[in-house]
Ligand binder design. Structure first.
Ligand SMILES: Cc1cc2nc3c(=O)[nH]c(=O)nc-3n(C[C@H](O)[C@H](O)[C@H](O)COP(=O)(O)OP(=O)(O)OC[C@H]3O[C@@H](n4cnc5c(N)ncnc54)[C@H](O)[C@@H]3O)c2cc1C
Length: 247
């Protein structure tokens, strides 16, 4: 309508940082107060834009860590040589303002109305949008069975550890710790491979839905393993965080 400002999800707007929670020594969750938020779906992301005093701008994407209906939250892992993540994990304080746009993405989403068994596969901070799906499941009262295979370098680097330990019946959380394991560790202790995924995955006959998220090399390897096991490619949804890494 002429003269009316229509704010789309791709319009930049100012969000105010609310609570800030340390998840691990290198990972922090920021709750954001966004005045003009149209609501989001589990699995979507938003973009953040930072502008330096000299006008230099950097833009990065972050998955939304909270369920639909919860305040918007993101969980950021610090890459020490990174441009944006050190700022978000070390410098930002409650009350600070940051520019965001979103929610973005309509493909890597899970709806609680879905009845298919869900297989979630996370590499490192790739657990963030999957956590939004778990929270959505809980809030919506869904009882679809879920398995989460979470690859992390060590137990200390597991994000949302206490929350995942408290998941109800119907949600199985399986870890593989790739670099360092506690002395009494009985779980997987290697990078995710086809044999591991075959053990963890729902049988293809149950028509499961899979969501794979993390560094690009993790996502590509795991998705290829699922397809090799007989998962139809359209039932394997992927979200690549970029770069490579060994979660
Ligand atoms: C859709 C989407 C959702 C994302 N969601 C999240 C999220 O929920 N939490 C989160 O922490 N990040 C997430 N990311 C990654 C995020 O956008 C940034 O790439 C990341 O925070 C690094 O930015 P930076 O400016 O600190 O590092 P940069 O300055 O961009 O890079 C610094 C160095 O780290 C390497 N690098 C860049 N990205 C990664 C990576 N992901 N893993 C390993 N090495 C890397 C680069 O090659 C470079 O050497 C997401 C990315 C996408 C595309």
């Amino acid at each position: 309508m002429a003269g009316t400002a229509v704010r789309g999800r791709l319009t930049w707007q100012t969000a105010t940082v609310g609570a800030v929670m340390d998840e691990t020594p290198a990972v922090r969750t920021l709750v954001l107060s966004v005045p003009d938020w149209a609501g989001h779906r589990a699995g979507q992301h938003l973009d953040i834009r930072l502008t330096a005093d000299d006008g230099y701008r950097a833009e990065r994407s972050y998955s939304i860590a909270s369920a639909p209906g919860e305040p918007v939250a993101i969980t950021v892992e610090r890459l020490d040589d990174g441009e944006v993540s050190p700022y978000l994990t070390q410098d930002v304080q409650p009350g600070d303002e940051i520019e965001i746009r979103g929610p973005i993405g309509g493909y890597f989403v899970w709806e609680a109305t879905s009845t298919a068994p869900v297989l979630l596969l996370a590499g490192g901070s790739g657990v963030v949008p999957l956590r939004a799906m778990l929270r959505h499941r809980a809030r919506a009262g869904s009882s679809v069975p879920v398995r989460l295979l979470y690859s992390a370098r060590s137990l200390a680097e597991v994000i949302y550890r206490a929350e995942l330990a408290a998941e109800p019946d119907g949600v199985e959380v399986i870890y593989t710790l790739t670099r360092q394991q506690p002395p009494d560790w009985t779980g997987y202790a290697r990078r995710a491979d086809q044999a591991m995924i075959a053990e963890v995955a729902w049988p293809v006959a149950r028509a499961p839905l899979a969501y794979v998220c993390g560094p690009t090399n993790f996502v590509e390897a795991v998705a290829a393993d699922l397809v090799a096991l007989g998962y139809p490619p359209q039932r394997v949804k992927t979200e690549r965080f970029g770069a490579t890494g060994t979660p």
